[in-house]
Design a protein around this ligand. Structure first.
Ligand code: UD1
Length: 338
């Protein structure tokens, strides 16, 4: 069965390609290499023994998208990761984000709408909930006004898919709302490759641990949480990748209850920033140099997932603990720096 993975050389995309190939899917990757490297293919081959097909295409080029689907009429499923994801950059360059994340989604949906049957998995984010009123966050929690153009592209993306599914019954879609993905494949053949100074906590922790950064700034120590730092739900990227395969199989096997569904992907456990640091110190045996500084504008206090829906309906549950995920992130950091 042929599956297109857009952004398949990126962090979550590459881990998902591995899990798809482990299950025998025939994968074709589209990636524009704007935030990834063709070398990731070698890592995928090292793990699975199979080289996925790869086409360097910028999905903003509509004619290339049309041409791709004309050549690959046997694509039955699409997992769409390709998107820009830096929150700060999205504030500076909103149109770039709307063009990259919305324009490309529209082109893909147009092509899929032409098919007799199509299955579509969308990378969404817990950012759509903003600061939810209740924890853990269930899928029916209200979507709040986005804090950034990036967050807005995830909300709008979900709406565009839902609207399209209403009028295209042959299209079946699932939006997966990720909490905080982290870690790397246990083989250390693939992992996260942040370009420049990492904005996300875990790569900043491991880069500080290895000596690339002098100190981690902990953004805010006066939040109303157990230790004053923000709470997030950190999920191992391999667990997350497996959920994509299960969601796709649900659509391909017509097990879905509606032609548009939404699931949270998290562990259900909230961890503070200081707990994440302690986890790093446990698994690395190193002390981390950090300092509590001012809050980062736009940060929410707390977000962790209700895992009930994904567990009950998809039959999926995150298996790794924070320490296991942190250990994999640390092993990956050591490998890429050596
Ligand atoms: C961020 C984005 C979110 C996006 C997600 C994708 C913001 C406000 N939110 O989520 O929209 O979907 O990334 O990965 O950017 N922290 C530090 N020091 C650091 C970095 C982070 O203390 O150097 C803290 C943050 O304040 C936060 C936690 O670590 O409490 C996690 O931060 P981060 O990894 O950036 O993820 P989110 O903010 O949850």
């Amino acid at each position: 069965m042929k599956v297109l993975v857009t952004g398949g050389l990126g962090f979550i995309g590459s881990h998902t390609v591995v899990e798809l190939q482990n299950k025998g899917f025939n994968v074709v990757i589209i990636d524009d290499l704007s935030n990834s490297s063709e070398k990731v293919l070698d890592g995928i081959v090292a793990i699975t023994g199979v080289k996925p097909a790869f086409e360097k295409i910028d999905l903003k080029e509509k004619s290339k998208v049309e041409d791709f689907f004309a050549r690959h009429t046997d694509v039955q499923g699409v997992i769409h990761f390709a998107a820009s994801k830096a929150v700060g950059e999205s504030v500076e360059k909103p149109l770039l984000y709307y063009e990259n994340n919305i324009g490309t989604l529209v082109y893909l949906l147009k092509e899929l709408s032409k098919k007799d049957k199509a299955s579509f998995i969308f990378s969404s984010s817990c950012t759509v909930y903003g600061q939810a009123d209740k924890m853990p966050i269930t899928e029916d929690a209200p979507v709040k006004t986005a804090e950034s153009p990036y967050g807005n592209t995830k909300q709008m993306g979900e709406e565009i898919i839902a609207d399209t599914c209403k009028v295209v019954p042959s299209l079946n879609a699932i939006a997966l709302r990720y909490f905080n993905p982290m870690g790397a494949h246990p083989s250390t053949e693939i992992g996260e490759l942040p370009i420049g100074v990492p904005q996300n906590l875990v790569p900043f922790i491991t880069q500080t641990g290895i000596g690339m950064r002098e100190q981690l700034s902990v953004f805010g120590g006066d939040y109303p949480t157990s230790d004053g730092t923000c709470v997030r739900d950190y999920i191992h990227v391999v667990d997350l990748a497996k959920a994509h395969v299960i969601a796709l199989e649900r659509l391909l096997e017509h097990k879905n209850d509606a032609n548009y569904e939404v699931f949270n992907l998290g562990t259900g456990t909230g961890s503070t920033v200081l707990e994440a640091i302690q986890s790093f110190e446990r698994v690395s045996g190193k002390k981390l140099n950090y300092e509590i500084v001012d809050r980062r504008p736009g940060d929410i206090t707390s977000a962790y997932a209700s895992t009930e829906k994904a567990n009950k309906i998809l039959g999926w549950k995150a298996e790794s603990t924070l320490d296991e995920a942190m250990k994999s992130a640390w092993e990956w950091e050591q490998k890429i720096r050596n």
